[in-house]
Design a protein around this ligand. Structure first.
Ligand code: NAI
Ligand code: MG
Length: 512
């Protein structure tokens, strides 16, 4: 337990526990609740996981050392241990990958019957299921998310995406009846670190089903499961060059999206980088889809089932350490229930288990990187400086690794940075409203528009509100639910284009 962390995450005020500033909050929570919330450790075994010391680039169906000769480390953010060395692809390496993808397209993939392309996708989907346990453990080691999440959400959904799009591969004429749909050619795809394997599946599965070949660049802090997916693709015997995986940081991504041999760019990540890519692609023929940040409003009406709403709110912002672009990071509460809802939220937050992400009981794992932790701390400090009231759950913070206790701000006004900027951490900003009109106005008062949530027992009210929200995905009486058949994407600065569903195919097709 680091006392420095303890002080910085100590609860500002809590009715349940008033910790002595000199004592760790664990004691305070122990005093308040006894030890009923302490579970015995239940770590997922990792001794059977065999990581390579070093990973090369997957180009043209072969593993290839980078022309740059450079490698970088990927670490576990929960222990700060080095997991492996990863090839740092230069512009030359990216060029080789794009060439391989072109050859793969012309020589093999475009010549295959759609039915056979579908069979390869089914094969990948089944292999993901077979290796689900290993993939979940590596995802958790490399990125810091709880094994509960990677095992129950990330990996099964990744397999589900391949199954879903495998089914479309030979039915494109039914996806767009009466129209002529053709593949674009080579897709360059850049993905972030919050759902590393799932984002790879979101990008690759529809692109391949639509008949394109791909060069995918995973994020520099979480490359391992994409490289394991490359191994699966190799074992599935996909024709060479159909999928190429190049690792590296921003420069590698920039080389990929800027490569003249790429016909289509798909990017998920920060709004800043999204804008850079848009500028780089202006005036080219490349087709582009962007899935960027969010600042979702989770709107709770007085007639909502409050205890259910509490679970949805908690899951919606603290799940995956708040590293979710559609996280419900702004809570809009009808004034009359503000006090009771905040009390219930604080009580529930006090029972959240933060710690070893490989432990099956852990709710909140490690923050993905030191950089992201610094960003969260900076925005939380701004919230305090601007006068909002902070409550942080009384968690025991491990000695090593990057952690942030789940945090809630009340007394937030719309002009505060914590109400406007994407924090991408376990931090919830609470605002209030009096009428449905005011709720809609506040919810839409953001440059983003990715997702939103509505909690009410009145169906008519949820439809009335949903129709007025400028957000791509709207959940009612639930939050953060995903399905491959359901399109996902944003309004405004959250980006454009849709992933998932029949609509997700459109991004990878010329339809006329
Ligand atoms: P980022 O946007 O820099 O990284 C996302 C991906 O883009 C990574 O693979 C990265 O290597 C690549 N990249 C970076 N610069 C590039 C460039 N010029 N051209 C092409 N590719 C490039 O995101 P970062 O810095 O890791 O996170 C910063 C903030 O972005 C977060 O705090 C969060 O607010 C937001 N974010 C949003 C995500 C989302 O899902 N919408 C995902 C990740 C971050
Ligand atoms: Mg890592």
């Amino acid at each position: 337990m680091s006392t420095k962390e303890a002080a910085s995450t100590a609860p500002a005020t809590t009715a349940a526990a008033k910790p002595d500033a000199k004592r760790p909050e664990s004691k305070a929570i122990g005093m308040a609740f006894g030890d009923v919330w302490t579970y015995a450790p239940a770590p997922e075994a990792r001794d059977h996981i065999k990581l390579q010391a070093k990973y090369d680039l997957f180009i043209g169906g072969k593993w290839k050392a980078p022309e740059s000769k450079k490698y970088f480390d990927t670490i576990s953010p929960s222990t700060e241990e080095k997991l492996a060395e990863i090839a740092d692809a230069s512009a030359k390496d990216v060029d080789l990958a794009v060439q391989a993808a072109r050859t793969g397209y012309e020589k093999y993939w475009s010549k295959l019957r759609p039915l056979d392309r579908g069979k390869y996708l089914f094969r990948i989907a089944r292999a993901l299921q077979e290796k689900a346990r290993e993939l979940a453990i590596v995802e958790t080691m490399d990125g810091g998310k709880p094994i509960k999440e990677s095992r129950d959400v990330d990996v099964p959904l990744a397999a589900a995406h391949f199954f879903y799009y495998a089914g479309w591969a030979d039915k494109l004429e039914h996806a767009f009846p009466g129209r002529n749909a053709r593949a674009l050619g080579v897709a360059g795809q850049v993905i972030p670190w919050n759902f590393p394997l799932l984002m790879a599946a979101w990008k690759l599965a529809p692109a391949l089903a639509a008949g394109n070949t791909c060069v995918l660049k995973p994020a520099e802090t979480t490359p391992l499961t994409a490289l394991m997916l490359a191994q699966i693709i190799e074992e599935a015997d996909l024709p060479p060059g159909v999928v190429n995986i190049v690792t590296g940081a921003g420069a590698t991504g920039a080389a990929l999206v800027g490569h003249p041999g790429v016909d289509k760019v798909a990017f998920t990540g920060s709004t800043d980088v999204g804008k850079k890519i848009q500028r780089a692609l202006a005036g080219t023929q490349k087709k582009l889809t962007l899935e960027l940040g969010g600042k979702a409003a989770n709107i709770v009406f007085a007639d909502a089932a409050l205890d259910q709403a509490v679970e949805g709110i908690i899951g919606g912002i603290f799940f995956n350490q708040g590293h979710v672009c559609c996280a419900g990071s702004r809570l809009l509460v009808e004034e009359g229930i503000h006090e009771v809802l905040i009390r219930k939220l604080k009580d529930r937050m006090a029972t959240i288990r933060l710690g070893d992400p490989l432990d099956k009981n852990t709710d909140i794992g490690a923050i993905n990187s030191r950089m992201q932790l610094d960003k969260i701390r900076g925005l939380v400090a701004a919230g305090e400086a601007e006068g909002a009231t902070r409550f942080s759950a009384p968690c025991v913070i491990p000695d090593r690794g990057y952690w942030f206790a789940p945090t809630l701000f009340t007394g937030v006004s719309q002009s505060h940075r914590i109400a406007r900027e994407e924090i991408f951490g376990p931090v919830l900003s609470v605002l209030t409203f009096r009428t449905p009109e005011e709720a809609v106005e506040k919810a839409n008062n953001t440059m983003y528009g990715l997702s939103a949530g509505i909690w009410t027992e009145k169906g008519a009210k949820s439809f009335w509100v949903a129709q007025r929200l400028r957000a791509g995905v709207i959940w009612a009486n639930t939050f953060n639910k995903f399905d491959p058949s359901s399109p996902f994407g944003g309004y405004k600065e959250s980006g454009f284009g849709r992933e998932g569903g029949r609509q997700g195919l459109l991004a990878y097709l010329e339809v006329d």
